[in-house]
Ligand binder design. Structure first.
Ligand SMILES: [Zn+2]
Length: 371
């Protein structure tokens, strides 16, 4: 009477098996701190660690499960989408790609979209393997370094103090910022090869604090010397100060590992220092954007009178060259890392996938999620 019943039930059984297998592949078993190898452990984080050698499907599935990377991913993913939406919206009301006066803003907006995007991808796929973790974070550092360059170009173009224009400082400001962007990628990446946790953290923080200080110097001078009653800084100053507050707060939590260090186990999934770093860094970028949009509009006439127009060369030649230079650096570090991991695998195959070599003086040492 029902000749195809056997066929249909067979297909249904197969479909059930396939979905069961997919569920099993995507299932995330979080681990406690004592179950993961030493370099993976974070101060004050007791549980919520992912497997050390996830598949791509497991890495993606983990973003929809509670792990200590879930909030890290979503905070920067949402921010990246938000900045991309801002870029598209601004491009509909401003000639971002045609007007050379706006090229520094265009470079900055693209960098502001890319650095949270690279960060969230690094957090998502840092569990694939130890080698993949290091490469992911090399790329993350590259994106932050390019962002630091874009900020220097932005401040030079719209927030430079009149008393420093055409001085020796203005001559070296952008070339030094470009060198800083390469050094930041290099130092932050090399910090992953250092065993000593204090030295590693110091080098990584210094790699980004130094460009921040250099980039911000002319802005601080301008905010200090400008006349708030008549100049653009009267309107933008509050947003610039908010941005400094956000960056200092983010750096404090990143460097101190507070609050999880004070209450171990209480902030494993939500509210740990890296989550706070992400949120404040995005808020800082947002405030910076608001401030500069005010300055570039209010100061345009005055800057044009001073003949302080950024040459398009910085956007069309210097920025792509700097990006290429940083990419070359990351490829070089990746080559060195792969070579090193291969030699570890040959000499110590049972440990190669789980533990970096910790007896050498300079080795890939950390599997941390830090930016
Ligand atoms: Zn991060």
């Amino acid at each position: 009477m029902f000749p195809n019943v056997g066929y249909v039930t067979g297909r249904l059984r197969e479909a059930r098996n396939v979905t069961g297998r997919l569920r099993e592949v995507g299932r995330i078993h979080v681990k406690r701190v004592e179950e993961v190898s030493e370099p993976l452990r974070e101060p004050g984080i007791i549980t919520g660690y992912r497997h050390e050698n996830c598949s791509v499907i497991q890495a993606v599935a983990s973003l929809f499960n509670a792990t200590n990377e879930t909030v890290n991913f979503w905070t920067h993913f949402v921010a990246s989408v938000y900045f991309a939406w801002l870029l598209v919206s601004l491009s509909t009301i401003m000639p971002l790609f045609e007007d050379p006066y706006l090229f520094p803003l265009t470079c900055y907006m693209i960098a502001a979209c890319c650095y949270p995007l690279m960060s969230c991808l690094a957090h998502a796929f840092s569990c694939l393997s130890l080698t993949a973790t290091h490469i992911c974070f090399f790329i993350d550092y590259l994106a932050i370094a390019m962002y630091s360059w874009a900020v220097a170009y932005l401040y030079y173009s719209y927030c430079f103090p009149p008393n420093l224009m055409n001085s020796w400082f203005s001559q070296i400001y952008l070339p030094v910022a470009a060198v800083n962007a390469v050094l930041a990628t290099l130092c932050a990446s090399l910090s992953r090869f250092i065993i000593h946790p204090g030295f590693q953290k110091t080098l990584r923080v210094a790699a980004f604090v130094e460009p921040f200080v250099w980039d911000s110097f002319p802005l601080v001078v301008w905010l200090y010397t400008c006349d708030t009653s008549t100049e653009s800084c009267g309107e933008s100053r509050i947003y610039h100060l908010n941005q400094f507050f956000c960056v200092i707060t983010a750096s404090f939590f990143y460097g101190s590992h507070i609050p999880e260090r004070l209450a171990p186990g209480c902030f494993d999934y939500v509210g740990h220092s890296h989550n706070i770093l992400h949120i404040f860094s995005i808020m800082g970028t947002n405030e910076q954007m608001r401030a500069v949009l005010i300055d570039l509009k209010n100061r345009r006439e005055g800057l044009e009178k001073e003949n302080w127009l950024p040459t398009p060369m910085w956007a069309l030649q210097a920025t792509p060259s700097l990006l290429m230079c940083n990419i070359f650096l990351v490829l070089l570090l990746t080559y060195y890392l792969s070579k090193h991991m291969r030699s570890v695998h040959q000499t110590c195959p049972q440990n190669s996938s789980r533990q970096p070599l910790v007896t050498a003086t300079i080795v890939p040492s950390s599997h941390t999620k830090d930016q």
